[in-house]
Design a protein around this ligand. Structure first.
Ligand code: A3P
Length: 348
């Protein structure tokens, strides 16, 4: 009886143990599945999207990249493409490339390498296309784009304002006469145009009558273009860079720009050296590569000699526009003071 009881107990015990074992393995399987799902959710970002859809339960009360669907952690490590918060809008041939190459050395700046032309030629492609053209940036970095034709594009101010009314606008301006010569050289090379500077900017060279329908001339009427921008953006949202000073003393212009962008002053004169072959300042270390870098051969071309009488006619033409500009932005660029005053037919 006892033996049977023992046997019975053993049988019961074994059966119970068997049931317990299968229950335990069932629990283990469930635990493994739950852990697996959690790991999967964390790695695919599902969980962060779920959490970020409810900002009230964000324990850190930090910014989420809702617009891109990436978690803040993703953004911190790998970066995301963001729309620019600052634009170099012009003016063409004033030193816009130099400014971009110099500012992008800053660790808090990311810049699109080439001109995107979103607010003029590519507007129809939409903001998502524009954002995709940007480099990735991480938390704390500002994205910049430069397309110098924005300055003269009629509907660009309204389009930029529609995208971001807080956009920071950077304008590099150079003496419009020197700018026109630089523009002429570029288009002569590009279009293999053999005409002289005089022939290309005057309707009547003998009477020094300027052809003010030529883009090369129109671009230099800076006050006309800025009037349109100032209808949409307050003066504080603009940073004006002197093209002349940028070519002589880039560090001082860069200091101004870093302050405007609200980033630490990292780029100083230590970053530049004067290259006597190039005849321009160059970077001691380029962004990322760490090797010295001068701008390419399309920047810093040799200019033709232009008759003083021709220059004088152009200075006279631009005078009212320049004066209006100085009033409008509160900066005297002093271009007239360097203009030639002496006799006609003398070479400048
Ligand atoms: P030139 O090639 O006519 O001398 P942008 O980049 O807006 O097209 O402007 C080109 C102009 O930038 C050049 O015109 C040159 O004068 C000026 N520039 C200013 N700093 C420069 C630099 N460090 N290296 C080369 N060109 C520079």
């Amino acid at each position: 009886m006892r033996t049977w009881t023992i046997l019975d107990y053993n049988q019961w015990d074994q059966r119970t143990k068997g049931q317990c074992r299968s229950r335990r393995s069932l629990v283990s399987v469930v635990v493994v599945i739950v852990i697996g799902v959690m790991i999967l959710a964390a790695t695919t970002g599902t969980r962060s999207r779920y959490v970020s859809s409810s900002p009230s339960i964000n324990p850190l009360n930090t910014r989420f990249a809702w617009d891109t669907g990436n978690s803040l952690q993703d953004e911190r490590h790998r970066g995301t493409k963001k729309l620019p918060r600052a634009l170099i809008i012009g003016a063409k041939k004033s030193g816009t490339r130099a400014l971009l190459e110099f500012i992008r050395v800053h660790p808090n700046v990311r810049a699109a390498g080439h001109e995107i032309h979103y607010f003029d030629k590519n507007y129809w492609r939409g903001p998502e296309w524009y954002r995709n053209m940007m480099p990735t940036s991480i938390h704390g970095q500002i994205t910049i784009e430069k397309t110098p034709s924005y300055l003269v594009t009629l509907n660009a101010p309204e389009r930029v304002h529609r995208l971001d009314k807080n956009m920071k606008l950077i304008v590099v301006l150079k003496d419009p006469v020197e700018r026109a010569i630089s523009d002429y050289i570029q288009s002569r090379e590009k279009h293999r145009d053999k005409r002289s500077f005089e022939d290309s900017v005057f309707i009547d060279v003998g009477k020094l009558k300027i052809n003010d329908t030529k883009p090369c001339i129109v671009i230099g009427k800076y006050s006309d273009h800025l009037k349109r921008w100032l209808q949409y953006f307050p003066r504080e949202q603009f940073c004006f860079i002197s093209g002349e000073n940028l070519a002589k003393n880039p560090a001082s212009e860069l200091e101004k720009l870093q302050e405007f962008l609200n980033i630490r002053t990292v780029i100083t004169e230590e970053h530049f050296y004067y290259n006597s072959t190039k005849r321009f300042p160059c970077l001691k270390k380029r962004e990322a590569s760490g090797v010295p870098h001068c701008l390419g051969e399309t920047k810093g071309r040799v200019h033709p000699t232009v008759l003083k009488s021709v220059k004088k006619a152009l200075y006279d033409y631009y005078k009212p526009y320049n004066e209006e500009l100085y009033q409008m932005v509160g900066i005297d660029f002093g271009w007239e003071r360097t203009r030639p005053i002496s006799k006609a037919n003398q070479i400048y």
